[in-house]
Write a new protein. Structure first.
Length: 283
């Protein structure tokens, strides 16, 4: 792992980003080891998907650096950014397939857009990518006929069509059944190893994530709360990390969003306020 960390494919250095006055990432530094599977985890709204957008250049850091293979994405011009993106694959949260194209044409799309390959060569590549995700027989199906798990697998075949060096997954386990979750997790691991990829995925699914990840990064309060191997993260003594990996309801992350006191909202007598509320409900 040390050699991969010393020469990471992706690195954020003292990066800050926000929307207006709302700070999402505050002086964040992290590494994505080359050739490994990295998981981005943390509470909702913590900046995980934002990091994927920063790596892909959809968002630009307000300060700090977003390095892809040693070059700062933030400072890339349009042509250099498009060249970098051709080395990346992206699986969006709900697949984002083209609804009016069948499975074959969805996977063929990036090949037709970004290469001068012949139709015969594109045919062979598409079928190879579909076979890798177990859907070679579904080539003629339309997206509307696919299950959620099948949609993600087609989207994955499209994401690897150009043989990228980096594949990013935005919540690949969200909204699919347990069988599909297990299938998706296995695919991420197998494709990363067989194709020599570097993979980074956003996830809230603890069991499958810790089973397939080499490197885990947990974000909290705009910072990196912990990063390391799954075992190192599981053994973290940080209260927030402990709460997260053990799925505890009580801890630094509170159930209640910050609000005025009950007395301030309902009056000085909280019990009386509660009684009035109950009366109002029964009327």
């Amino acid at each position: 792992m040390a050699s991969n960390l010393s020469n990471p494919l992706v690195e954020l250095r003292n990066l800050s980003f926000g929307y207006g006055e709302r700070v999402i990432l505050n002086d964040v530094s992290l590494t994505v080891p080359r050739g490994k599977v990295t998981a981005l985890m943390g509470a909702s709204g913590g900046g995980k998907t934002t990091i994927l957008r920063l790596i892909g250049g959809q968002n630009r850091a307000q300060s700090g650096e977003t390095l892809f293979d040693g070059k700062d994405v933030t400072r890339m011009g349009a042509s250099e950014l498009y060249a970098a993106r051709r080395r990346m694959g992206m699986l969006f949260q709900f697949g984002a397939l083209f609804a009016d194209l069948n499975v074959y044409d969805n996977v063929a799309f990036p090949l037709r857009e970004h290469t001068d390959l012949s139709d015969d060569m594109i045919h062979d590549i598409v079928l190879m990518k579909l076979n890798a995700v177990g859907l070679r027989g579904a080539r003629e199906m339309m997206p509307s006929a696919l299950s959620g798990g099948m949609t993600r697998r087609v989207a994955l075949a499209r994401a690897i069509a150009l043989d990228p060096e980096l594949v990013m997954y935005d919540e690949p386990f969200s909204g699919i059944d347990p069988i599909s979750v297990g299938t998706s997790a296995t695919l991420i691991r197998q494709l990363n190893d067989s194709m020599g990829l570097t993979s980074i995925f956003v996830s809230h699914e603890l069991e499958q994530t810790f089973a397939i990840a080499d490197h885990v990064i947990i974000l909290a309060n705009g910072k990196v709360a912990s990063q390391g191997t799954p075992q190192e993260v599981l053994e973290s003594t940080d209260p927030l990390v402990y709460q997260y990996v053990n799925a505890l309801s009580e801890g630094p992350v509170r159930f209640h969003y910050p609000a005025p006191s009950v007395e301030a909202d309902f009056g000085t007598d909280a019990d009386a306020a509660q009684q009035q509320k109950q009366v109002g409900v029964t009327r």
